[in-house]
Design a protein around this ligand. Structure first.
Ligand SMILES: *Cc1c(COP(=O)(O)O)cnc(C)c1O
Length: 231
């Protein structure tokens, strides 16, 4: 089942790249494996996927202890400062930075393990009450302040678009994030590297790719529905 669903996702990614004149190599698929067991992750790995997304520090610790192959683990969920120390040496990138205090903590823990951790700033483009992330207006000031930290690499922006029936409704959200990304990139701020746009989930990743996504985060579309009661 996973092989077939993964193949369908790959096909749709290729289609979206073709429609928007982009090269497939510009888009990285992150398989969002939260709540899913190691056996399922191994099945996806067998098809060449090396990027996995998780939203809980504990789950990253557990899974990286069981799977020691060199994968890229992406922290995509809200991260509390007191959890950073557990994942600093295990994650490839943190997509969900939305405060200076969190950026500072990541910098501190990254220094302890002698690395520079790539981070993305999470932007709540739609201004939804229920979501984490900074507003569009707060993004540049946060980046300007966080640029002082030598052990993080500010690598781009991330957003979680609203859940909508028709993914077309989120096109303007993705477009807004891309515009913000370009605006900031143009400023050539020291120690700020606008390289990645993390946007698009199962429901809307094709539209996100058409609007410039470099990371799409797909869970349900690959692994099937999540059952939170089972874990
Ligand atoms: C769970 C999650 C996803 C994947 O969601 P699906 O709709 O299952 O594809 C993507 N991004 C974030 C931040 C998530 O928490």
């Amino acid at each position: 089942m996973i092989a077939k669903q993964l193949a369908q996702v790959q096909e749709k990614i290729c289609g979206a790249c073709e429609r928007s004149g982009r090269s497939r190599s510009e888009v990285t698929l992150i398989a969002v494996s939260k709540t899913k067991p190691v056996t399922m992750i191994r099945e996806v790995m067998a098809h060449g996927i090396q990027d996995f997304g998780e939203n809980k520090a504990q789950e990253i610790v557990d899974k990286t202890s069981q799977i020691t192959e060199p994968l890229r683990w992406h922290m995509i969920g809200h991260l509390q400062r007191n959890k950073v120390k557990y994942i600093a040496d295990r994650v490839f990138m943190i997509h969900s930075v939305d405060s200076l205090r969190l950026a500072k903590e990541i910098d501190k823990e990254a220094a302890k393990c002698s690395r520079v951790i790539p981070i993305l700033i999470e932007v709540n483009v739609a201004g939804e009450e229920s979501k984490f992330g900074v507003s569009v207006e707060e993004t540049l000031p946060l980046i300007q302040s966080a640029a002082q930290f030598p052990n993080i690499r500010i690598s781009g922006l991330m957003t979680i678009a609203p859940f909508v029936e028709n993914p077309e409704e989120n096109r303007r959200i993705f477009r807004t994030l891309r515009k913000l990304y370009i605006d900031i990139k143009t400023k050539n701020i020291d120690n700020v590297y606008m390289e990645y746009l993390s946007m698009g989930m199962t429901n809307d990743y094709e539209v996100a790719i058409e609007e410039g996504a470099s990371f799409v985060r797909v869970g349900t579309g690959i692994f099937g529905e999540r059952n939170y009661n089972a874990v």
